[in-house]
Design a protein around this ligand. Structure first.
Ligand code: NDP
Length: 300
């Protein structure tokens, strides 16, 4: 197909909600099989303080784990919890054989030290994939580690959408430890075989880099930063961003948009994820998958 022909077609929408549903059904089946052998996967989520967005995320995680047949629990701690008290909770969960996955919801209220908490979680229960042991394992391609949920969700979406990553040029915008950097680590592994460019706020000529991408992954936190003029015709565009913007037409007065100008870019891309309904639903599905894997490993 010529570039002109591609440019006049609208890109196909990658349905993250459907992909997440299918994965969660498979996880529920495997969970039931494990439960039949006497092991019910357990996910413990720790929420410190009253941050309303965190409370919603935590509720969704507990609900999803229960729907999959797991033992989901949320441990709610006051914002005044001390570092020692929080570490003692992590120690207790580390020692509890019924707990296979531990997730401490971020951000933690000041002055709690998030790094110290992450370092304290037993790497074999670190289903968020943030412990340095897991970060290192992902980088060296050791599959006994846990990859962070959002980038592994993106990789899963690329796979189920039939996107060829081998030899493809993937341009990631955003270098956070939870999305951009682990995304780069996953994409360069043998078997995935992408060539990766990792961009950030100090990148010179961002548009020039993005325009060379076969696969664009935006994880920036800037509403509609990636425009059609920055995208090569036929590219696959994955939008991780979740930005709340004012929207007078919405009942709540606000709406959710990604880092990609969806309407414009859809006219150029071959495939594109929407926001919401793209990467977002995959993140929780991957959390369940990591928890199931952690539980399965206790009997392997
Ligand atoms: P961070 O704020 O930690 O990182 C943002 C990155 O974007 C940084 O590396 C920053 O560069 C870079 N950046 C900022 N502005 C620009 C710019 N103008 N041009 C190029 N790069 C820029 O964000 P996260 O990685 O945590 O999250 C990114 C987005 O993804 C957010 O919208 C977040 O809500 C969403 N998200 C969605 C999830 C999901 O489940 N769908 C899960 C996690 C995040 P620098 O390092 O130089 O500051």
């Amino acid at each position: 197909m010529t570039e002109e022909a591609t440019a006049t077609m609208q890109g196909a929408i990658i349905d993250g909600a459907a992909a997440a549903r299918a994965l969660r059904e498979e996880i529920a089946r495997r969970t039931a099989a494990l439960a039949a052998r006497g092991i019910v996967p357990g996910l413990s989520v720790v929420l410190v303080g009253e941050d309303p967005a965190s409370a919603v995320y935590v509720r969704n995680k507990e609900k999803a784990s229960r729907e999959a047949g797991m033992r989901g629990e949320t441990i709610r701690l006051a914002a005044s919890t001390t570092q020692e008290e929080l570490l003692a909770v992590v120690d207790r969960l580390n020692a509890d054989p019924a707990v296979h996955g531990i997730l401490v919801q971020m951000p933690l209220p000041a002055p709690l030290d998030a790094d110290a908490v992450i370092h304290r979680i037993d790497p074999s229960k670190d289903v968020d994939g943030f412990h340095p042991v897991n970060v290192g394992k992902v980088l060296i391609g050791d599959s006994s580690g846990f990859a962070p949920c959002t980038p592994s969700g993106v990789l899963h979406l690329l796979r189920v959408s039939g996107v060829e990553t081998r030899g493809a040029h993937a341009v990631i915008v955003g270098r956070s430890n939870i999305v951009g950097k682990p995304m780069a680590a996953l994409l360069v592994q043998p078997g995935v075989d992408a060539t990766v460019t990792l961009c950030h706020s100090r990148t010179r000529d961002l548009a020039d880099h993005v325009r060379r991408a076969d696969i664009v992954i935006a994880a920036v936190g800037r509403a509609r930063l990636i425009t059609a003029a920055m995208v090569k015709p036929g590219a696959v565009v994955i939008d991780v961003g979740m930005n709340r913007i004012e929207d007078a037409t919405a009942k709540s007065g606000s709406g959710l948009v990604g880092d990609v100008d969806f309407d414009g870019v859809r006219d150029v891309a071959s495939q594109i994820t929407p926001v919401p309904g793209g990467v977002g639903p995959m993140t929780i599905a991957m959390l369940l998958r990591n928890t199931l894997t952690a539980a399965e490993r206790t009997v392997a």
